[in-house]
Ligand binder design. Sequence first.
Ligand code: PGA
Length: 255
Amino acid sequence: MARRPIIAGNWKMHLSIAESLALASEVRDRCSRFRDRDVVVAPPLTSLYAVKERLADSRIQLAAQNCHWAAQGAYTGEVSPTQLKDLGCTHVIVGHSERRQYFGETDEWVSRKVRSLHDHDLVPIICIGETLEQREAGDTMSVVSTQLEAALAALSGDEARTSVVAYEPVWAIGTGRNATPAQAQEVHAAIRRLIAKRFDASVADAVRIQYGGSVKPENAAELLTQPDIDGALVGGASLKSDSFARIVSFREELA
Ligand code: PGA
């Protein structure tokens, strides 16, 4: 079955409000014409409201980069799914390796966040991936499967079906060294098999699995045309509208 590609730009902790608005306008102008794929931007929290207003009436969707699992409460400095929904977000990135690595985010938290996002009709973009040491030790699949199982633990098949998984090998993030299309495809196919085992073949067939880690215009087409790669989560190259738009237009770049 043909899955609709989803390309998301993670702006991380970059850009002022004015810079975010300028980039959002350019992404809107360059990427709105692609009606057969989903385009999502994840600005920093400080720019979400302004970018939401700028993207009103466009087809570009809005993601947050993180959230708490509670709907509200005494959690200083955190932001809830309800608040993100109120802001106009449709997606939330969960379990990014930078959060796991620098902020102690655990599989248990990821599981709670994913559950809560579905409770609030938000789509989680669930990031999983191994470090270089884990890959070199031959542990890629056990790491990825532990992270995935935890993230999907509290979901029904229908909720899993509408979630997005992002396979992001940690050694490829921000390093300029992407996984080869064959390396990425191998893990994506294995992730799909795990989802089929946990739920069923129809869920596995529907769920979209993005690749992330040094995606750029030069490698997007060969990665995104692999049978089990359904899009990209883009960091560095999403901060310039030209490179992001060229990734979004991977099919046309091939022509
Ligand atoms: P990168 O980041 O594209 O800069 O490697 C990807 C990510 O962190 O999602």
